[in-house]
Write a protein that binds this ligand. Sequence first.
Ligand SMILES: Nc1ncnc2c1ncn2[C@@H]1O[C@H](COP(=O)(O)OP(=O)(O)OP(=O)(O)O)[C@@H](O)[C@H]1O
Ligand SMILES: [Mg+2]
Length: 229
Amino acid sequence: MIEFHNVTKIYSSNGTKALDNVTLSIAKGEFVFIVGASGAGKSTFLKLIMHEESPTKGSIIVNDMHLEKLKRRKVPYLRRTMGIVFQDFRLISKMTVYENVAFAMRCIGKKNATIKKRVPYILELVGLKDKANDHPSELSGGEQQRVALARALVNNPSLIIADEPTGNVDPEMSFEIMQLLSEINKRGTTVLVVTHEHNLVENFSKRCIKIDDGRVISDTGVAPEMVAI
Ligand SMILES: Nc1ncnc2c1ncn2[C@@H]1O[C@H](COP(=O)(O)OP(=O)(O)OP(=O)(O)O)[C@@H](O)[C@H]1O
Ligand SMILES: [Mg+2]
């Protein structure tokens, strides 16, 4: 599903080498934690997968699409296969919680009747049913994070990319969010999660890729249950 071949990313504005010769692959249906210190290159890794940034060297394949050959007009097709939780949420401040989530469905042409059924279901799933009519500015950081998660889940993507989805929530909620992602993964969705929380990584015993200074310094490999299949 995701392949990196000798990928290096140097940001041209300041010459920072954010990723250094990374080669790895992630199979369909895996659950992968990405860990590493601040500035290690975790968000850069995710941004390359979603084609928000392009590699300086090397090649990336996502869902059989060679990203270096991907035409600009095809990028929306790539993104449609992904549900993305950004580290900075990127919610639309003028829209309510309900509208933020519904908007993601409207963008891909879902019918109103489908939206009316699906959005309340997803808001309930992330524990935000009572906040449907609030605007992002009226929410706590953790609540905003859960709106971002709801928006990522609503279109049933084949890949979920979550950059610190538990960065602003208490330990109990962060465990619940991870459990939710784990459930979604069990139904076949590939999940990539950046996290700083070591206890979560230990609790969930999934594949864990550790990045340090742009390099993959450890990778527990494919999770045992994947090998058995
Ligand atoms: N748009 C950018 N332009 C220039 N340099 C950047 C840009 N984005 C990130 N960097 C640099 O690239 C390196 C990796 O950044 P990245 O955001 O991938 O780290 P991270 O592992 O996600 O860190 P954090 O845990 O703090 O979110 C850092 O040195 C950072 O300063
Ligand atoms: Mg980051």
